[in-house]
Ligand binder design. Structure first.
Ligand code: 16G
Ligand code: ZN
Length: 539
């Protein structure tokens, strides 16, 4: 590996001068035109990261998820399929902001030295991208930096974000006791379909058709691949899926008036698919790592949404019941991880009704994921629909090897074990989560209406506030309180006290130059009023 080669390669992939780039909650994400040099430089970092782990494969995902089609993003996946370790986010930021090609190469070697990385070790990087056309050019920039650093490069082309996370874990655990499955797309579909049938344990989905809005993103074609394998088995699950918004040939329709982010933020159904009585609906986002269920009542024009909080409480209640039936509820600790955006009614339901502990962490999947590993079974979901359920190795071992005392215990253990295989253990996965929800509804013989009555959400409002400099806003207590600017939190507290059952907080966005204010209260009008008052304080 030599300095000149890196400099020459870098000259083909300039970064936009004068712009400061930061590795944020979703990696680097912005207008795709600004990302060529950024992606090249992320490639350099991933080359180092792989060598840091003695050549284990590192993932690079190119996606801007639910953002508009003109945006794109690039983020790194660590060897076990989780997000880039936090300490390295700063290295990513410093490398990407190097002022010249020469500085970039110098920084690269300096970083290798500081981190005690042996550059003679082989390195390997695996890439995936969503359906955005800009992804194709960005992969070229990545390939160039990997060639310049003599790093093996595997391009998996179009994948959902969770599929790439899955591939990375499979790749790095192959042939070990921690083996996670076959590291190919077909391997992924086979694993999910097999575990889905096993988790159903002979039950059927009797609740009519499931309509899936794929946000015109990568989830559409990938879900269809999975369904082919599901339908080709000689087993019956009762699951009938109709795929909607799966046009990936017209890039401009990606996330346009559809998808999980549309449904969650607008709190209404997308214009298409047209609602039909008694059928189930769900939406994925542009890279298929978020899931929101909903149903529309055509007679009353009513709309009901099942967001991440609802999915978390459904999963937690089902898994806790199974553990009880299996007689292992006193051995395994089950808990739920949420963020400050979780509806207060969901937290109350989980703590008071399900009698399970909850943890609140700052926004961003890496925080929730990390906290969830503190339980034997850690359910984590952001309200926006991103989440999963993590099973510890001890928990999986217990389901598989513990001698059941009755047929009921045996069935519960087998179902838990199947869920552990069905639910993506690396990151939130809309397709895997959707199959999990379908399994639970089939077991409980629930319609979406049965699910809806488990608790009633507190009315809430989220507003985006334009501020001069969002970095002035610092939070504490898992983002529930502002520590800076001084005095603001006291003002917010004074407002909140005026309302019943109310809660409100403000935080700087990790993805845009703005603050977000969340408020909930006993009534719709109070929640709106409180949100507006707190927004005025922050402005
Ligand atoms: C990113 C996060 C998402 C979070 C959102 C918050 C990941 C993979 N994604 O999209 O979890 O909810 O940022 O955005 O961590 P905000 O900071 O702009 O509110
Ligand atoms: Zn996403």
């Amino acid at each position: 590996m030599d300095r000149e080669t890196i400099i020459e390669a870098s000259k083909k992939h300039d970064v936009v001068a004068g712009k400061k780039f930061t590795y944020g909650t979703a990696g680097f994400r912005m207008n795709a035109d600004l990302l060529d040099g950024v992606t090249f430089r992320v490639g350099l970092l991933s080359a180092l990261r792989s060598r840091k782990f003695n050549g284990k494969a590192i993932g690079v995902m190119i996606t801007a998820s639910h953002n508009p089609p003109v945006d794109n993003g690039v983020k790194i996946v660590d060897p076990y399929g989780d997000m880039l370790e936090q300490d390295w986010e700063a290295h990513a930021t410093s490398l990407v902001n190097a002022p010249s090609h020469e500085d970039l190469a110098d920084n690269f070697f300096k970083l290798a030295g500081n981190l005690k990385i042996d550059l003679a070790t082989p390195g390997k990087v695996i890439a995936g991208r969503d359906t955005r056309p800009s992804g194709i050019t960005l992969v070229t920039a990545l390939a160039d930096s990997l060639a310049a650093t003599k790093t093996e490069f595997v391009d998996f082309k179009i994948l959902t974000t969770p599929q790439l996370h899955y591939m990375i874990r499979c790749n790095n655990t192959a042939g070990t006791p921690a083996s996670y499955g076959e590291g190919s797309e077909v391997g992924y579909y086979n694993k999910l379909v097999e575990a889905f049938y096993r988790a159903l344990h002979g039950r059927f989905q009797c609740g009519g058709k499931l309509h899936v809005d794929c946000a015109n993103g990568v989830g559409g074609p990938k879900l269809k691949e999975l369904l082919k394998i599901h339908d080709a088995t000689n087993m019956e699950s009762g699951l009938v899926v109709e795929v909607h918004n799966d046009d990936v040939l017209r890039p401009e329709v990606l996330n346009l008036d559809c998808g999980a982010d549309f449904v969650k933020t607008r709190q209404r159904a997308p214009p298409s698919p047209k609602p039909a009585s008694g059928e189930r609906y769900c939406s994925l986002d542009g890279d298929a790592d978020r899931l929101i269920y909903y149903w529309t009542d055509i007679s009353t024009n009513g709309f009901f949404m099942f967001d991440g909080d609802r999915i978390a409480s459904l999963a937690a209640s089902f898994i806790a019941e199974l553990c009880k039936t299996a007689g292992i509820d006193d051995i395994l600790r089950i808990g739920v991880v949420q963020t400050a955006y979780a509806n207060g009614a969901s937290t109350k339901y989980i703590e008071k009704h399900l009698k399970l502990p909850t943890i609140c962490t700052p926004t961003g999947v890496k925080h929730l994921h990390h906290a969830a590993t503190r339980f034997d079974i850690g359910v984590y979901f952001e309200a926006n629909g991103h989440g999963t359920v993590l099973f510890s190795l001890d928990a999986m071992r217990c389901f598989k090897t513990r001698e059941p005392q009755s047929p009921a215990q045996k069935e519960a253990q087998e179902t838990l074990s199947a869920l552990g295989d069905l639910i993506n253990q690396t990151v939130g996965d809309a397709v895997s989560d959707m199959l999990m929800v379908e399994v639970i509804l089939a077991h409980k013989k629930w319609t979406l209406k049965d699910w809806a009555v488990t608790y009633e959400d507190l009315p809430n409002r989220l507003v985006r506030v334009e501020v001069g400099n969002k970095d002035l806003f610092e939070t504490t207590d898992a983002e529930r309180k502002l520590s800076k600017p001084a005095g603001i939190q006291e003002e917010i507290d004074r407002e909140v006290k005026k309302y019943n059952n109310a809660r409100s907080f403000a935080r700087a966005s990790g993805t845009e130059n703005a603050c977000r204010v969340y408020a909930e209260a006993a009534t719709r009008s109070e929640a709106d009023e409180l949100a507006n008052k707190v927004a005025q304080i922050v402005q």
